[in-house]
Design a protein around this ligand. Structure first.
Ligand SMILES: *Cc1c(COP(=O)(O)O)cnc(C)c1O
Length: 389
């Protein structure tokens, strides 16, 4: 008799041998540019809290006031008795912010993506996804039962070739700002192609919302695309906006369809109303304080310039995500550990999150970083030989 899970144990050994073992670090401080790990303070360069709002005093205050007003749990799903005035107000504010008719809150971005695709497509339909889309978009596409087609990254010609062969409902799905690369989807061309082929276009702007565009409207503001161009816009609240949760914005018909049909909306508990209140506060700051976006541009510009001088391998990115390509997974982990010893938290991103042979250090900036943090990180990268492979 083999003991239970012995196969799993050897599979864990395999994962470790390939330099792909994942483990967590226990954080003892609030989110911010400084984190306390194992009793040590490190400078954080791997958060998605781009605008520095996760621990903003106004956001924390709104969260506490929300808990005083609504309690902690939301009691049920939105369709039973969990949809509070706070949720409702946030949805209206998100619709106005994105320039869409309506917005609908989901408990997480992962669930939003899974719910939307299955609500809109099924067997006999076809879904087209950028090869580098986030896992939740890919999983959503696969779960929907529609014919699943991946196109080469940002390659509209490849997409068109696939669209021509398709029948049934067609939906194109893309990250707005690609999460592990930091580049933008070619949204103008995608919108034109979608119209030409009578396909729906869905954009997941988890990393653009609040961060990109003059008013923080994200990738659709950057390209000036309205609801007719991008009929399904998904955004998350846990990144640029610093809180938790997600939403989908679009037409009345889209939102009502999701309320009736999206299973990850219907069969899950609404996020706490206090989180909605906190998000209302962070959305206000994100809109008003454009210095946060300017600062991110300035910091990533400085980093790119310094990294080029050091011969580091940057990617094509004009966002707050500035990965350094390393290649080998174990090397990426070794450099990440060396950086941690020097007091900098930078995560090594490995397959299957990114394609084979393209492990990288995913450096991200926060509006709360200062230029000296960037300079110190560059110095540490140089000492850790991040340019050598
Ligand atoms: C983080 C992320 C998600 C998932 O959002 P959660 O709210 O964290 O579940 C979806 N899409 C993209 C592109 C993301 O980066």
């Amino acid at each position: 008799m083999t003991p239970p899970f012995s196969e799993l144990a050897s599979s864990l050994d395999d994962i470790a041998r390939q330099g792909l073992y994942r483990s967590r670090r226990v954080i003892a401080s609030p989110q911010g540019i400084k984190l306390e790990i194992d009793g040590r303070n490190v400078v954080n360069f791997c958060s998605n809290d781009y605008l520095g709002l996760a621990n903003h005093p106004d956001v924390v205050e709104a969260f506490k006031a929300g808990a005083d007003c609504y309690g902690v749990g939301s009691g049920s799903a939105h369709l039973i008795c969990g949809h509070s005035a706070a949720h409702h107000a946030l949805e209206e504010e998100l619709a106005a912010f994105t320039g869409r008719d309506r917005a609908l809150l989901f408990s997480t971005g992962y669930m939003a993506n899974i719910g939307v695709i299955s609500a809109l497509l099924g067997r006999g339909d076809a879904v087209f996804e950028d090869r580098l889309n986030h896992a939740s978009l890919l999983d959503g596409g696969l779960l929907s039962g529609a014919r699943f087609k991946r196109y080469a990254h940002a390659d509209v010609t490849d997409l068109e070739a696939n669209l021509e062969k398709a029948s049934g409902r067609k939906m194109i799905m893309t990250d707005g700002v690609f999460s592990m690369d930091g580049d933008f989807a070619p949204l103008n061309e995608l919108a034109t192609t979608a119209k030409k082929h009578d396909a729906w276009l869905m954009v997941d702007d988890a990393h653009g919302l609040g961060v990109i565009g003059e008013h923080g409207g994200g990738i659709v503001e950057h390209y000036g695309l309205g609801q007719d161009d991008v009929p399904v816009l998904m955004g998350t609240l846990g990144k640029g906006l610093g809180t938790f949760g997600a939403f989908v914005a679009g037409s009345e018909v889209l939102i009502e369809t999701l309320i009736q049909k999206a299973r990850t909306y219907i069969y899950t508990t609404a996020l706490p109303a206090a989180v909605a209140e906190a998000t209302r506060a962070s959305l206000k700051i994100a809109i008003e304080e454009s210095w946060r976006r300017d600062k991110l541009k300035q910091l990533s510009g400085r980093f790119r310039q310094g990294a080029e001088q050091l011969g580091l391998k940057l990617m094509v990115s004009s966002s707050a995500i500035q990965p350094i390509l390393i290649g080998d997974s174990q090397t990426a982990v070794d450099i990440s550990n060396a950086l941690l010893n020097a007091g900098f938290l930078v995560s090594a991103i490995r397959p299957p999150t990114v394609p084979q042979g393209s492990a990288r250090l995913r450096v991200t900036f926060s509006a709360l970083h200062e230029e000296q943090h960037v300079d110190r990180l560059l110095d540490a990268l140089s000492k850790a030989n991040a340019g050598c492979k």
